[in-house]
Design a protein around this ligand. Sequence first.
Ligand SMILES: [Zn+2]
Length: 362
Amino acid sequence: MSTSSSTNVIPGASSSSSSSVDVETLRRNRILSSKLYFDVPLTMAPLIYSSSYDIAFFGIEKLHPFDSSKWGRICQFLIKNGVLERSRIVEPLEASNDDLLVVHTESYLSSLKSSYKVAIIIEVPPVALLPNCLVQQKVLYPFRKQVGGTILAAKLAKEWGWAINVGGGFHHCCADKGGGFCVYADISLCIIFAFTRLNISRVMIIDLDAHQGNGHEMDFGNDSRVYILDMYNPDIYPFDFKARTYIDQSVQVQSGTPTQVYLEQLDKALEVAGNNFNPELVLYNAGTDILDGDSLGQLKVSPDGVASRDEKVFRFAKEKNIPLVMLTSGGYMKSSAKVIADSLTNLSIKGLIDLAAPPLGT
Ligand SMILES: [Zn+2]
């Protein structure tokens, strides 16, 4: 258990001593020299994915109660649905150690050199027995690619109005602590990069994964630049009561909540959020573990309910003309990939996103 306070490691939340100024300069230099932001031509779609997102080796995918190749399957469904052209997918770069240090502590990143530590964070005990080089290559590298995707998504969202990282959304990880399958704090990193590189100073996190997003809550607890709306089931992991005190707008949905009730709660929540805060970027954590049948999320939302939920959030941002980043986050049932692809297809039909190639001559 770490004894340091995560809320002190994010800029803006620390005191202004000379050492913190040095830390701030170093952080800024790391952000400005990062290669994760690169220019993407408008002939591409702001949909980010790499085949290296998918984790599958030695049957690890069978050890965890989830579909660890859902990210690739989402894209396959989209291409099959005729919504997306493969050539328009944007491949992100891997977040480097310097990129990760923008938010993470040196000691936390060093601790990942222990396979045992990684096994605990991702909740796959046999990983503890593997040589760390293999864990780096087969587990942490895919995650670092997903982190690169989340960070890039903010840049693309500012240019296109929206961007989707087909992975990411590791909302249980903060600067100095991972957990619940979340090794890197991609949401915190994305926001801190956006502050410096995109001239953004107000971000709203809309976290609709079934679980409480304790990672970003710990990182931005005392930071007035970030407004957190978290709609979560209080009866499941992570039971982080300290992090709950940092949520600006908490909407608790109990186990068994059905679709209609869930969507009514969301309507009210978005209205309140829009009145409370005027963001320059919305970061939407769109976990699908709210689905009926997900043993981890314990809610009872239908596949159509997930599509309605996503549509409401996209409309919320579009009506206010706020760039939106969507991350797929939790939800690893075999059906999740198709539900996500169907929801993105619905967004495309409704004209809220456009993943097809632009007509010739435009
Ligand atoms: Zn979750």
